[in-house]
Write a protein that binds this ligand. Sequence first.
Ligand code: CTP
Length: 418
Amino acid sequence: MTQQAIEQDPVNVGDLAGKHIVLGLSGGIACYKAAELCRALIKQGATVQVVMTEAAEQFITAVTLQALSGRPVYTSQWDSREANNMAHINLSREADAILIAPCSADFMAKLLHGRADDLLSLMCLARPIAAVPLLIAPAMNREMWAHPATQRNMAQLSGDGATILGVGSGFQACGETGDGRMLEPPELLEDIIAFFTPKVLAGQQVLVTAGPTYEAIDPVRGITNLSSGKMGFAVARAAREAGAEVTLVAGPVSLSTPRGVTRIDVKSAQNMLEAVMQQAPAATVFIATAAVADWRPASSAERKIKKDGSGQAPQLAFTENPDILATVAQSPRARSGELFCVGFAAESHDLADNAQAKRRRKGVPLLVGNIGPATFGRDDNALLLVDAQGSRELARASKLSLARQLVAEIASRIQRAG
Ligand code: CTP
């Protein structure tokens, strides 16, 4: 089989270039995470203006945030550095978004009531609501989070146009375990990047396969391949950023699930086929990046196969696995154009010809080819988009960037077809 050799480095830089973010900190132990978040935003090219409440200053110093953001921190509505003494107006007018992280239960309640007795709440109230989005990363004890008052406030804030980024679950600083802790900085960063991405796949249901499959020989051994699944995970992330509902059917890989993506873990090609066929009826786009094993052992022994002392290796017979992509591409919904299918192919030579032949064989409108040996293990890649009209190269770039270009390409093809 062809090793699906397109690897994906999820780390991009410059995803927030040109964005000016006002990062507001209210009081909570999660303030320590805001320092890392501030740094992460800046690493992605954003400029960050920090505003802190008095309570936030109990948890982390303004000096830390000033050093990380490279700008003096604002803490008071009476800040005399502003010539007009209207920090709340000036700061909110230049922002592309206001992000409150952490947002305490108390600060949520304040926002809800439109109170404005400190700089941060005043600034949120004074922001031009249509031009400056408000993003909220709540952080609190699990009982506070579950309290009807907090849940009510959250629903109302969302009704008032704020974007609630959700909370994490697990061990909390207070020693209890449950929902309510602030999302980790990398999770918040992923959500913020997604927030700013144009929603070219809004309303689409995207189904992605990724990673290798594992074909058992016996309970302790099997055959698999070196696919890391990174390309498929990046495609899933890019599709979610573009506003799609994404389901990712993943073979055995050690990657974390992209934010907002539903993941179904499978092992064998047969398992992958079953999961895909279950999901396919609801999908509008199917992207097959998985390196599906072409063969499986004809039978899997129930017990570990032992050496019998003869010095002879056991004879293994193989059966061909179902072709998942070709199966989906032959379904009536795919043939009628309701389900847009995209395949991948890693080749070692004659890329354009081999990819074109594979595209026809699989019966898909679009196939993404690449040279396996030139990409395996690398953080960048170059792709060749092959369709009935010919081929077009996506120049060498980071793999997440290529995944985003592919998503944009799929979106424009769906739009043209619709
Ligand atoms: N694919 C699949 N099910 C299979 C084999 C492949 O869904 N059993 C999909 C892959 O996910 C990929 C495309 O088909 O999108 C091409 O996979 P590749 O392994 O390159 O092609 P093969 O059909 O295995 O052809 P060959 O190994 O002969 O190059």
